[in-house]
Unconditional design. Structure first.
Length: 326
């Protein structure tokens, strides 16, 4: 038996529903590994699951991303060995824990030059960025891209990734301080105006044309701004609901605004096999190794203080990535 602590919630609601409990973990079963976790990634989707916006079966753990050391493996495990440094995302909720049992097939071995805190802070977000810029957004050199929530965990990775491939970035953030951070990350233009003024600024910056792609993780509050900022035949990638879900739309609205394309992707449809997961992770590691991308860990909280981490995230008091430390 291995003793661990973990965060659970028995009812949906505010951050106060998160509870810390101690559990005894059995030895790994077939195809499983026991991972002693050193760092845990915090992602906005977890606030949706906790609040009930994204329903989960209760009681439930939280979290889908962490990194640590393999302490034991079950029968049939060939992907990793005891002592390996690994990271993962996805699978059953429960990453908010000091240790956990997880399917070994989910684990990605870490290169020697990627530490566990960096991996926990960037794996899910970085692979999301890889998907948004690459196979989903098909951004190319010379494209102009609008990045919402530009000082957040995904935004601070999106900007340098886009710049590395030769795109022009118009960043938008919720305050002048956050816009300045986006500018420091490499954005060509960084704005903090109200959403109702954003499209006019974007049109001014693009000589009236608009952007080729809008990468929108904000949702309801930013939808109209994205719609009015995109050039003819451009693409809106709506990938998050930080301000609430985008309301139902009629397809005709895309025609009226310039024959636009709209997609609502989820990472897991782009990395549905182990080979695709590893390829995406390797592209992320290469970007980190090159120095063009950094983890930008701006906040860390003890695992026991997960509720405070959620409060900070929901109040938009955070910048960059946030991790929990067991």
């Amino acid at each position: 038996m291995t003793q661990a602590t973990r965060i659970v919630f028995h009812r949906t609601g505010g951050p106060e529903v998160l509870e810390l409990e101690t559990v005894d973990l059995s030895a790994p079963g077939p195809e499983e590994a026991l991972v002693r976790q050193e760092a845990i990634g915090l992602n906005f989707i977890e606030t949706y699951q906790r609040s009930g916006l994204y329903p989960v079966q209760l009681p439930s753990g939280l979290g889908s991303e962490a990194a640590g050391i393999v302490e034991a493996v079950g029968d049939g495990v060939t992907q990793v060995s005891v002592g390996d440094r690994v990271a993962y995302y996805g699978g059953p909720l429960g990453a908010y824990a000091s240790a956990r049992l997880i399917a070994a097939d989910q684990l990605i071995r870490l290169p020697d030059d990627i530490d566990t805190r960096t991996a926990a802070a960037t794996l899910l977000k970085g692979m999301t960025v890889d998907m948004l810029v690459g196979e989903c957004g098909k951004v190319q050199a010379g494209h102009v891209v609008l990045v919402h929530a530009a000082a957040g965990g995904v935004g601070t990775l999106l900007i340098p990734w886009l710049k590395a491939i030769g795109a022009t970035v118009i960043a938008h953030a919720g305050s002048a301080e956050k816009a300045a951070r986006a500018k420091a990350s490499g954005a060509d233009h960084a704005l903090s105006c109200p959403f109702e003024e954003l499209a006019a600024h974007v049109r001014d910056l693009t000589d009236g044309r608009g952007v080729d792609v809008a990468l929108d993780g904000v949702g309801k509050a930013s939808w109209d701004a994205s719609l009015k900022s995109v050039a003819k035949r451009g693409l809106i990638v709506s990938y998050g609901n930080a301000s609430g879900a985008v309301p139902a739309i009629e397809p005709l609205i895309l025609s009226r605004n310039g024959s636009l394309f709209l997609t609502r992707p989820t990472l897991f449809d782009y990395v549905e096999t182990r080979e695709r997961r590893e390829a995406s992770a390797n592209r992320l590691f290469a970007m980190l190794r090159s120095g063009k991308l950094s983890a930008e860990i701006c906040q860390s909280f003890a695992l026991a203080d997960a509720a405070d981490a959620h409060r900070a995230l929901e109040s938009r008091a955070t910048m960059g990535s946030t991790i929990l430390l067991p």
